[in-house]
Design a protein around this ligand. Sequence first.
Ligand SMILES: [Zn+2]
Length: 605
Amino acid sequence: MAELGALPRWDMTPVFPSLESTEFRTSFDRATAEIQALVPVFEAHGVRRRERADVDTAVVAAFEEVTGRLNSLSLELRVLRSYIHAFVSTDATNEAAQSLQAEFEAGAVTLEQLRIRYTAWVGTMDVEALVAQSPVAREHEFVLRKSQVQARHQMPEGEEALAAELLPAGLSGWARLHDSVTALLTVPVTVRGEARTLPMSAVRSLANDPDREVRRAAFEAELKAWEGVSVPLAAALNGVKGYQQVVRRRRGYTDDVEPTLLSNNVDRETLEAMQAACIEAFPDFRRYMRAKARALGLERLAWYDVSAPVGKGARTYTWDEAEGFLREQFGQYSDRMAAFADRTFRERWTDAEPRPGKQGGGYCMPVRPGESRIFVNYDGSFNSVSTLAHELGHAYHNLALEHRTALQSRTPSTLAETASIFCETLAVDAALKGTEGEERLALLEASLQRDLMVVVDIHSRFLFEQRVFERRAERELTPREFNELMLQAQRDTYGDGLDPDALHPYMWAVKGHYYGPTFYNYPYTFGLLFGLGLFARYQEAPDGFHAGYDDLLSSTGMADAASLGQRFGIDVRGVEFWRSSLDVIRKTISEFESLVSQLESAGKR
Ligand SMILES: [Zn+2]
């Protein structure tokens, strides 16, 4: 990839000189010792569910000490976790880093048990009295009020401790089974006349191939391979959903969605308003799918056409060009954002170079306060430039949280995508300017492909999971039943946009999300639509937007989504706001449709 210029690897040395350094070891040992030191402190102060809510000066003093120590410990642990992960994720052969990660996670179990006790403790205090007497409590008022609700939903202390201790062997054991089976899965497939055996990930990425025969062959080979491992994966999924349901019921939540609303800082009204607006937009997404079929010269899209490329790929960007482009576009927004992008490039926060042993995908992780590291596999396509913009958005969000405590910065997934979608939209908008014809078509298509995933496919995942929970309450499901529920969820969402005989019954085996947190995906729909809605507000009235926006980002762990939205006149509980965000996508769909027609009639296709 010489034509892209030298791709940076991230510089971790400002944090610690190396994994083997005394500085790292000292910090690691200090954090581990502090976790252990907190155990007697918790005992001495009786940090657990309280029988009486009243608060006196001794309680206030204990509250301030314990909260302060938990906050500083969490910050130190975050640096260590990110630092170790920086090596694990870029070098699969680094066994030392992997052992440290395992050692780190083992220590984290004790801390998790303490955190549960802390929630029970502060959740059973008289919050009004505490806030009146303690400045620390005032700064953490949202966390305290949330803890009150969480504390009502805790099992007795011993049972919560048992659940936390069983987690690695129970819930996460099933997830690791899914990971290992999937990672080791190889698939015999014939590509362009050549019989080969490829890893599942490579077969799945053939979905982007321009040749339909290749996509179809890969799809059929993929389904066959999933069928071969469907028994252990179904056992894993039954295990995960069964575990989650038992714990949820014991915690006294009315249904399986309720705990996720609490952890995402949204209420049911908000989720339902958002989903109603999404369902209303499904016919528009079907228009997009029909137009894409036309662009590909097909009657109707099959599942394996959804990721097919359309149009002529936009120009490629060398690394220097990507830096220049993003610096300029962020500069259109504000000098602060441009200066920030510059800092990340100058201090080499990004690991951009794809190489053997490095994981796939992209993410951004916070390190020290205000400082992040960005992980991408840069290939010069506009897609990877917009991924970089997205991850820089997360880093900008971390900067906004620089002066918050660990407890104040706990941002739920719903709000964690606000800044990333905002920056991604800045980049896409800029790239579209002055682009026409096939190149414009490709850019619009890439953007709509993302929207289709986040709005339509994620809703299918929600329906699937909800129906799985319903049946799982009675008994375990067979692989065939998982398949049937998946097909039904796809029909209910993609509708006639896709060929009903070419759907993907094994998406429950593909997506690791089903083996992780409950209803992992819908917060991303929230994130996309909230980010798009904010961007629309910015375009309507750029003056005075900036300070409010930075303030919002710095408060994502300190208020629920509804109150944060209100600051911008956004009512997340009403369908209207979500509809207006989806209107932005509708506009893109209409433009895509007319561009396809235009290119057709010009005989260019
Ligand atoms: Zn993101």
